[in-house]
Ligand binder design. Structure first.
Ligand code: FMN
Length: 236
């Protein structure tokens, strides 16, 4: 890290306090749940979470929610310290919620040591949140290869660059590696990125949260029990 990256920008105490005040002024003018929000009747919810997730996803798309297929993935490291980042959802089926990444990345190493995760979707266009928790399994190499084949040239190029979560010496280094990866991805659409791995979060708990302007938010949690799902409401 350079000295410039380490510095605090050379701000005086007065400037720091002004900057903080401007930040707080902005923060406090932000609103949540002050748009028309859909009703959610948990009594009419299906027996299992997957059909409800599919329905809510379609409704998020119809409501114009930007990037509804992105989610937070929380993992823990070997010491039990949590970590979180945004990922793309690749599928949600009877096996669980699928995503893909490099098994050599920080999250990949965390999952190898502690194969459990939580996912969080937030769809503010409708005041909705979905949370999924459960054990994570890595898919077979064949499935992981197939995952990349159906994606864009950019996704393949990005996967071919690899080295995810390693410290980067300079942006020029990335530019060079990325240019080569793009050339290869265009020439070899079936190129393999060895560390690219598809994972599945097998749901043990799935919670659907519908925000409400009066703060009487509806929370419906599904809990897996042998071959069926229990459903319960939660205080908001
Ligand atoms: C909208 C969005 C989508 C992303 N999708 C993925 C993804 O599908 N897979 C992935 O490995 N990283 C994805 N990333 C990058 C991750 O957030 C993260 O920076 C990267 O995976 C390294 O995480 P780690 O160091 O915790 O392993 C995405 C980032 C954003 C902002």
């Amino acid at each position: 890290m350079t000295a410039a990256m380490r510095s605090n920008g050379g701000m005086s105490d007065v400037q720091k306090s002004d900057a903080r005040q401007r930040f707080l002024d902005l923060l406090h003018t932000q609103r949540v749940w002050d748009i028309d929000l859909p009703a959610f009747d948990p009594g009419a919810a299906p027996d299992a979470p997957l059909p409800l997730f599919h329905a809510w996803f379609a409704e998020a798309v119809a409501a114009g929610q930007a990037e509804p297929h992105t989610m937070s993935l929380a993992t823990v490291d070997a010491e039990g310290r949590p970590d979180v980042r945004t990922l793309m959802l690749h599928d949600a089926d009877e096996r669980g919620w699928h995503f893909a990444t490099h098994r050599t990345s920080a999250k990949g190493r965390q999952l190898a040591a502690r194969p459990h995760a939580a996912l969080g979707f937030y769809w503010p266009a409708q005041g909705r949140q979905v949370r999924v928790r459960g054990p994570v399994t890595a898919c077979s190499p064949a499935e992981s290869r197939a995952d990349l084949r159906v994606r864009s040239t950019g996704a393949l190029a990005s996967a071919l660059v690899g080295r995810q979560s390693e410290v980067l010496g300079s942006h020029e280094e990335l530019n060079r590696a990325s240019e080569l990866a793009w050339q290869r991805a265009r020439a070899e659409p079936d190129a393999e990125a060895a560390s690219w791995t598809r994972y599945v979060v097998e749901p043990e708990e799935v919670e659907f949260f519908q925000g409400d302007a009066g703060r009487r938010h509806v929370r419906l949690r599904y809990l897996r029990r042998a071959d069926a799902w229990d459903r319960e409401l939660l205080w908001p």
